[in-house]
Write a protein that binds this ligand. Structure first.
Ligand SMILES: [Ca+2]
Ligand SMILES: [Ca+2]
Ligand SMILES: [Ca+2]
Length: 198
């Protein structure tokens, strides 16, 4: 299941740590480990560190820096030249969220968050792929349990899905746009049942 692939990888964190360690000794040009640092021409602060992880001569990780702080990192994990993972770090250096591209085209459109139990708890999705989050997916024990979606882009959800064991169990809809669900579609072995809620 795709969830497995989205789990926040410890390996990537280790890579980030190595990345920062390498940056300490990075000068102007690429060093032996393929690390190259770029400094702001106006402030002189470290802005970007690029890294050639597999040493094939092509950059596959871009660390966006604010001086010594790693803000985010873009990573091409399979070395095909297309970025497929985006990591965002909080001010204390913790991995805040991991972005990915559902269309696998190098454009980030979903962001995964980890819960206190270390498992993925939430994915924020921009279904229109414009950077605006309009669908929330909530996970428990690695499984999708419910969603909230603002499909018409008015800033309020009007579609709520309930999932059970990897299958869509029911959908509630706000058809009259008063912010409350008024229709429920229940999916079962005998088909879809529609219930009027109010
Ligand atoms: Ca490379
Ligand atoms: Ca890639
Ligand atoms: Ca809406």
């Amino acid at each position: 299941m795709r969830v497995t692939a989205l789990l926040l990888a410890a390996a990537a964190l280790a890579a980030a740590a190595a990345f920062i360690a390498c940056s300490e000794k990075a000068g102007g040009g690429p060093d032996a480990a393929g690390v190259k640092a770029t400094y702001s021409t106006s402030t002189g602060k470290l802005e970007l560190i690029t890294y050639d992880t597999n040493k094939d001569g092509k950059v596959d990780a871009w660390g966006h820096m604010e001086g010594t702080r790693l803000v985010s990192m873009d990573i091409d994990r399979n070395f095909d030249g297309v970025i497929d993972r985006w990591e965002y770090f909080s001010a204390d250096g913790a991995l805040e969220k991991v972005g990915f591209s559902r269309a696998n085209d190098g454009k980030v459109d979903a962001w995964a968050f980890q819960g206190a139990d270390g498992q993925m708890s939430r994915i924020e999705v921009s279904t229109r792929r414009d950077g605006t989050v309009n669908r929330l997916e909530f996970y428990e024990g690695g499984k999708l349990v419910r969603t909230e979606e603002d499909a018409n882009g008015d800033g309020k959800p009007e579609k709520w899905e309930a999932w059970h064991d990897g299958a869509l169990a029911s959908v509630e809809l706000d058809t009259n746009r008063d912010g409350q669900p008024d229709r429920r579609l229940t999916y079962g072995p005998s088909g879809v049942k529609t219930t009027k809620l109010r």
